[in-house]
Design a protein around this ligand. Sequence first.
Ligand SMILES: [Zn+2]
Length: 49
Amino acid sequence: MSSMCDCTRCPLCGELMWNGQCENLDCKYHWYPKDDDDEGEDYQGYIII
Ligand SMILES: [Zn+2]
């Protein structure tokens, strides 16, 4: 069940990111989530809108 949590650090502000979306309301990636899955090692079957 390692694919349940897709949290990383935001490269811009250092806050947590969930599925590419930053938790920081002031951060660009909160409104425009990162869309790359470079770190998506277990992304099989994962639906990305
Ligand atoms: Zn951020």
